[in-house]
Design a protein around this ligand. Structure first.
Ligand SMILES: Nc1ncnc2c1ncn2[C@@H]1O[C@H](COP(=O)(O)OP(=O)(O)OP(=O)(O)O)[C@@H](O)[C@H]1O
Length: 290
């Protein structure tokens, strides 16, 4: 389970004339996400969705509040290697043994994050990209080749193992990012507009792949998207953010059984309802009544 407790984020920026100003990006956002669920975060541009996701991932520290994932406190960027883990534990050794036991005590990640821009190493082949993640995770050398083949097959990249990212299409590169994320064996996958850079047909295919993998692996998925149809089609719940300072305007449960039909009237109703909330923030703020 992911628990974000009263997360706030304040940012100060220094202007050209050296004056400084501060603003609130997130204002006391609390959100609980059940294990194994698929939740999308929707909201107008700049409302703090990515910042919130990065705080969940421990890539940014909140100014206030806490994130707990499966009973462990997320403090800061998570250690990726055994060496980083040792430094992390040294740093927090002043905390009581009880507090310490709340931290991750295993270098294996619980969280993997996928971005729009693929986040794969361009100088490595697909296979080498996954092998590298497995190495970081501490998987014994003898097991790595088999595991890399497994994850690449899972995302439909069997046969493209020896291609470099530049030789793959956008959709295939995103599949590779997904294979890397899965190879971390995370409990939680956080995705920031992962399909924004691919064409509509590829996006639909990737959505189907993601649904299949989610159902097979029972991971918790949190997806930031601008695409209301995508959010409704994929999610158990859609969380709608209000504009800056970001806060949660609404949570909508998409209680449509799966498999879902993209063109079903039930899905369309949800899309229209969410679009109304979404548009309200960008266009007709004063006209809207919940
Ligand atoms: N490091 C930073 N320095 C200054 N401003 C920042 C920083 N990080 C985020 N912001 C600002 O905080 C606000 C929220 O940004 P964020 O990227 O989280 O929004 P978002 O909802 O994900 O936007 P989009 O949907 O357009 O990607 C924006 O106004 C952004 O300009």
């Amino acid at each position: 389970m992911i628990e974000a407790r009263r997360i706030s984020k304040f940012i100060s920026v220094v202007n050209d004339d050296r004056s400084a100003e501060g603003f609130t990006v997130l204002n006391s956002v609390s959100l609980t996400i059940e294990s194994g669920s698929f939740v999308s975060l929707l909201g107008p541009s700049g409302c703090g969705k990515s910042t919130f996701l990065e705080i969940l991932a421990g890539l940014q520290a909140p100014s206030d509040g806490q994130v707990w994932i499966n009973g462990k406190l997320v403090l800061e960027p998570l250690p990726a290697t055994r060496k980083e883990m040792e430094e992390y534990r040294r740093k927090y050794r002043f905390l009581s043994p009880i507090a310490n036991s709340l931290f991750r005590d295993n270098p294996k990640h619980d969280i993997a994050m996928i971005f729009q821009d693929y986040a794969v190493f361009p100088w490595m082949t697909a296979r080498q990209n996954v092998l590298f993640t497995l190495k970081l995770r501490g998987v014994p050398k003898a097991e790595r080749e088999g595991a890399a083949a497994h994850y690449l097959r899972l995302v439909g990249l069997a046969g493209s193992e020896n291609k470099y990212p530049s030789q793959l299409s956008g959709g295939m590169r995103q599949r590779l990012a997904l294979a890397r994320a899965l190879s971390v064996e995370p409990q939680v996958i956080l995705m920031d507009e992962p399909f924004a850079a691919v064409d509509a047909l590829t996006r639909e295919r990737l959505q189907e792949d993601l649904l299949r993998l989610w159902q097979e692996t029972k991971k918790t998925i949190v997806l930031v998207t601008h695409d209301v149809d995508e959010a409704v089609y994929l999610s158990d719940e859609v969380v709608v953010f209000a504009p800056l300072p970001g806060s949660i305007r609404n949570r909508v449960t998409i209680d449509i059984p799966r498999p879902r039909r993209r063109s079903s009237p039930e899905l369309k109703q949800f899309t229209e309802r969410l679009l109304a909330m979404y548009k309200f923030d960008t266009i007709h703020e004063t006209d809207y009544v919940i």
